[in-house]
Design a protein around this ligand. Structure first.
Ligand SMILES: [Zn+2]
Length: 467
C-alpha cells in the first residue's frame, strides 16, 4: 500500500486540488462523529428498517468507505485523536480512554486534555489556514489549540449540577452562558445519552449560526451508550441512530444556511461487537502475583510490566498469558507481543496486549470467565471486521450529478473507500483511519498553498506524505 501513495496523491493533485483552490479558496467542513456507528447500519439500512434519510442521502450521492480499519485499541479517545491527527496512538500519545493509573491516584480520570496530544491537529491546521474553528464534545479537546468556539467533552461529577461550572470554565469564555439562555442547560452526563446528544446538537447549531465556523467538529455519543447497554443493532440502538440522523440534519442545515458549499463528513471512531461473556483478567493477573498490571480497553487489555527492564518477569508473564489463552473458556483471541503492538501503532509502554474474541469483554471483577446478559463492547484489536469504523462524505452540488464519482469531493473519498474498504487492503494496511485525516487536511490545507506547512501529518512526521 505504501508504495502506491505518491502516485495516488499525484493523481489527486491533478484531479482535484487545483479545482478546489480555484473555486473559492477552500470549502467549509462539517465533521460529525457518531460514536460506535458501524458502517453496515447505513449500508444495510433497509435490512434494519432504519429511518435515516440524511445518511441515506450521503450514501446515495456522496462517497463512503465500506469499512475503515481503526487503531489499537478501537476505543473512543485514541480513535478520535487519530481522526484529527492522521497518526497512530504511539505517535499522538492518546493510548486509551482512561489514564493508566495502577495506584488509583487520578479518580478514574480520562485522557481529556489536548496537551497530551503530541502532534498538530486538524483544528490547528485549519486555524492556520484561516478557518474559524468550532467544536462540541469532541474527545481530548480540553484546551484544544486552534478552536475558537470550544465546548470540550469533560466530566468529573456529572450527576451534580456543579459540573456545568466546569464546562463553562473549560469552554470558550462566555460561550456556554450565551447559548444556554435559549438552548437550556448543557448536559455532560453520558448516562443521559439521548438528551445529551440533543443538547450537543443544539449548542453546535447555535455556534454554527452565531459564529459561522468554517470547520465544525461535533461528537454525538448516545449510540455508543445504547450499544454498550443492549448491543449493536438492538432496538434501542436503532432508535438512537434515527435520532442521530435527525440531529445530523439539523447540523447540516445550519452549516448550509451560513456558508456556501459546505462539505459534510460523517465518521465513527470504531465499530461494535455483541458480547455475551466476560473474562476477569485483572483478577487472574493479581492472583498470579506476577510483576505486571492490566489496563482494560473493553475488548482488549494492555499489559504493563512493573519494571520494563525485568526480563525474567517478562518471560513469566508471557508464559502465564499463554496459559490463559490456551483455556478456550477464557475467550482470548490472541496475545500480541511488543513487536506486534509496535507494528499496530499501539501504546509503547505495553509489553503484551490481550485481544479477546469479539463476544467477550475483559473486566476487572467477578468470576474468571462467565456468561453475561447480551450487550456490546469495542476496544478489540482493529483486525476484527466487527470493529471497522464508518466514513461517509459528500460535497457541493450533492445530488445534482448523476454519478457520485464526478463530484470531486466524492472522488476524494471514493479513493478513501477504496483504500479503507477493501478487505485485503484493510488487512495489509497499517491503519486506514489515519488516511481519512489526509483527505480532510488536504481539503483545508491545500486550499491555501501558504498554509501547506501546517498540515498535521507533515508537521507531525506521520505516514502522511506531502504532494
Ligand atoms: Zn467510541
Amino acid at each position: 500500500m505504501t508504495t502506491r501513495f505518491p502516485l495516488f496523491f499525484a493523481s489527486l493533485a491533478a484531479l482535484c486540488i487545483p479545482a478546489v483552490y480555484a473555486a473559492d479558496g477552500g470549502h467549509p467542513v462539517l465533521l460529525v462523529s457518531i460514536d460506535g456507528m458501524r458502517p453496515d447500519y447505513v449500508l444495510k439500512a433497509d435490512q434494519y428498517g432504519l429511518k435515516i434519510p440524511r445518511l441515506r442521502t450521503i450514501l446515495a450521492s456522496g462517497a463512503h468507505a465500506t469499512g475503515v480499519r481503526g487503531v489499537l485499541p478501537t476505543v473512543t479517545y485514541p480513535s478520535h485523536t487519530t481522526l484529527l491527527t492522521g497518526v497512530w496512538p504511539s505517535k499522538h500519545g492518546i493510548y486509551s480512554n482512561v489514564a493508566f493509573d495502577p495506584q488509583n491516584l487520578n479518580a478514574q480520570g480520562w485522557l481529556w486534555y489536548s496537551e497530551d496530544i503530541r502532534v498538530p491537529t486538524l483544528w490547528e491546521a485549519a486555524a492556520k489556514a484561516g478557518y474559524g474553528v468550532g467544536s462540541v464534545s469532541w474527545p481530548v479537546s480540553v484546551g484544544a489549540k486552534g478552536v475558537s468556539y470550544l465546548i470540550p467533552e469533560y466530566w468529573r461529577a456529572p450527576k451534580s449540577s456543579e459540573d456545568i461550572k466546569l464546562i463553562r470554565a473549560l469552554s470558550t469564555p462566555g460561550l456556554v452562558a450565551e447559548i444556554e439562555k435559549t438552548a437550556g442547560a448543557y448536559i455532560d452526563d453520558l448516562d443521559q445519552a439521548e438528551a445529551g446528544d440533543r443538547q450537543r446538537t443544539q449548542y453546535a447549531v447555535a455556534i454554527i449560526r452565531m459564529k459561522k465556523p468554517r470547520l465544525m467538529t461535533v461528537h454525538l455519543a448516545a449510540l455508543d451508550h445504547l450499544e454498550h447497554a443492549d448491543g449493536p443493532f438492538s432496538p434501542s440502538a436503532l432508535r438512537t441512530l434515527e435520532q442521530a440522523d435527525a440531529e445530523l440534519g439539523e447540523l447540516e442545515d445550519a452549516m448550509s444556511a451560513v456558508s456556501a458549499s459546505p462539505i459534510l463528513c460523517v465518521v465513527s471512531d470504531h465499530g461494535f461487537a455483541r458480547t455475551d461473556h466476560s473474562f476477569n483478567l485483572v483478577g487472574a493477573l493479581t492472583e498470579s502475583g506476577l510483576p505486571a498490571s492490566a489496563h482494560l480497553d473493553g475488548g482488549s487489555a494492555s499489559i504493563v510490566m512493573n519494571d520494563p527492564r525485568d526480563e525474567a518477569g517478562r518471560r513469566k508473564v508471557s508464559e502465564f498469558l499463554q496459559r490463559l489463552a490456551d483455556e478456550p473458556a477464557n475467550g482470548i483471541e490472541r496475545i500480541l507481543n511488543s513487536e506486534e503492538i509496535s507494528r499496530m501503532g499501539g501504546w509503547t509502554r505495553a509489553s503484551f496486549w490481550v485481544d479477546m474474541k469479539t463476544n467477550y469483554s475483559v473486566v476487572g471483577t467477578g468470576p474468571v470467565n462467565t456468561a453475561r446478559k447480551a450487550a456490546g463492547t469495542h476496544g478489540f484489536a482493529p483486525t476484527h471486521s466487527d470493529l471497522l469504523a464508518a466514513f461517509f462524505i459528500c460535497g457541493p452540488r450533492r445530488g445534482a450529478l448523476a454519478k457520485p464519482r464526478r463530484n470531486r469531493y466524492a472522488q476524494y473519498c471514493a479513493d478513501a473507500g477504496q483504500d479503507a474498504g477493501d478487505q485485503t487492503a484493510v488487512r495489509r494496511s497499517a491503519g486506514a483511519q489515519t488516511r481519512l485525516t489526509t483527505r480532510l487536511t488536504r481539503i483545508i490545507c491545500l486550499a491555501k498553498p501558504s498554509a501547506r506547512r501546517s498540515c498535521p501529518g507533515e508537521a507531525g512526521g506521520s505516514c502522511l506524505r506531502p504532494l
